[in-house]
Design a protein around this ligand. Structure first.
Ligand code: SF4
Length: 261
């Protein structure tokens, strides 16, 4: 499985850049419940995008699989999708040069070839008015490893790209729109300054340097430096991770000792 930086995994990548360089799972296997949650998320995102770009509501709703149609029909559209704005816009950000390129709309995460310094991502919805930008990400799950929305890695990626692309933007707001299993929304938001985005861009650059360092260590036959935390959940390099391997070996050794007693 290609394990490259993208907006959705930057929280892990910033904390543990080596996770991109270690051997990853070869197939994109996910536990069934995780896969089902991902399928639901994709269906609801698609529904919101279609309604947002003007597909008739009834048509968009009919296209949602029956199992999630009830949930979709309960969503308060005017509250979840403010008037105007842009949906599913893909970006490519260069961590070294701090430049951004808009790749298009509704790209289905198909970003083409990328260099090591380029990180892609697709924003669910955003709107720019004068020097203000509002950036929204829709969430249909419940797991949130990043409680501080101001410095949320994925939203910061989008606001960083939008702020560079729309040079006049000086004030930004991050919003996470949580949609529960009944279709009810909860909106969490935080204001963000350009200064905070500059700090975030520094973090992306450090992440890039961390990857280079990890790549060198691996090339020389050494273990790269890794950092454990809540971001390890779903890390595709879990099996190759030196800390996790050490823990697995330790656990197996203790079990063998117990079995021999
Ligand atoms: S599992 Fe290992 S490589 Fe992956 S994020 Fe955690 S510490 Fe880093």
């Amino acid at each position: 499985m290609p394990n490259k930086p993208s907006s959705s995994n930057l929280y892990r990548g910033i904390k543990c850049p080596a996770s991109y360089e270690l051997k990853s799972r070869e197939t994109e296997w996910r536990p069934p419940q995780v896969q089902a949650a991902a399928n639901k998320g994709t269906a609801i995102h698609r529904f919101l995008e279609e309604v947002g770009i003007g597909v008739p509501y009834v048509t968009a709703l009919e296209r949602v699989k029956e199992e999630w149609r009830g949930l979709a029909s309960n969503i308060n559209i005017p509250r979840v999708i403010p008037f105007g704005g842009r949906h599913e816009v893909a970006w490519k950000y260069n961590v070294q040069h701090r430049t951004v390129e808009e790749l298009g709309v509704s790209k289905n995460r198909d970003y083409g070839d990328l260099t090591m310094t380029e990180v892609p991502g697709t924003v669910d919805w955003y709107k720019v008015e004068n020097d203000h930008a509002l950036i929204r990400d829709y969430k249909t799950g419940t797991f949130n490893p990043e409680p501080d929305i101001k410095v949320h890695a994925q939203l910061s990626f989008f606001s960083s790209a939008i702020q560079i692309h729309h040079g006049q933007v000086k004030k930004l707001r991050h919003e996470l729109v949580w949609i529960d299993k009944k279709g009810k929304e909860t909106i969490e938001g935080a204001d963000v300054s350009v200064k905070m985005l500059n700090v975030y861009r520094d973090k992306l650059y450090s992440m890039h340097m961390g990857r280079i360092s990890a790549r060198k260590s691996l090339k020389n036959g050494n273990s790269p430096k890794v950092t454990e935390g809540s971001w390890c959940r779903y890390c595709p390099a879990f099996k190759a991770c030196p800390i996790k391997t050490k823990k697995r070996e330790e656990k197996a050794r203790r079990k063998a000792e117990r079995d021999n007693e």
